[in-house]
Design a protein around this ligand. Structure first.
Ligand SMILES: [Zn+2]
Length: 123
């Protein structure tokens, strides 16, 4: 057998690992059970985040993190890609951005890269 063979369970494991580590552990992100993890075959991106909210009671939300098995070929890349999407999740949860790399995203990304040793140029 070759390669990582990404599965939703592996993605959730990566998510939970990061959720225990700084700076994510201070962000009060939802437990993995409340996030949908998908493996994609996309060639045009490493991953994506999608969040849905139904206005009204404030509790009805749905978040999806997807990672491309075609693009993400190493554990390092998996963790880095997951971390990237988790910044989007955090910003979505806080209503500060959706799917955009705004100044706050770059500020948070710089902190994540410094803690985890990711290359800011590739993050
Ligand atoms: Zn992004």
């Amino acid at each position: 057998m070759r390669g990582l063979h990404l599965t939703p369970d592996l993605l959730e494991g990566a998510y939970e690992y990061l959720r225990l580590s700084p700076p994510f552990r201070d962000w009060r992100l939802p437990e993995g059970d409340h996030v949908v993890f998908r493996v994609l075959g996309a060639r045009d991106r490493y991953g994506h985040f999608r969040g849905w909210h139904r206005r009204g009671n404030g509790t009805d939300r749905f978040s999806e993190i997807a990672i491309s098995a075609r693009k993400v070929k190493s554990s390092q890349m998996l963790i880095a890609t997951m971390a990237h999407e988790m910044i989007h999740l955090y910003q979505d949860e806080n209503g500060s951005a959706r799917g955009h790399h705004n100044p706050e995203f770059h500020r948070l990304a710089a902190r994540v890269c410094a803690v985890h040793g990711f290359d800011p140029e590739e993050f």
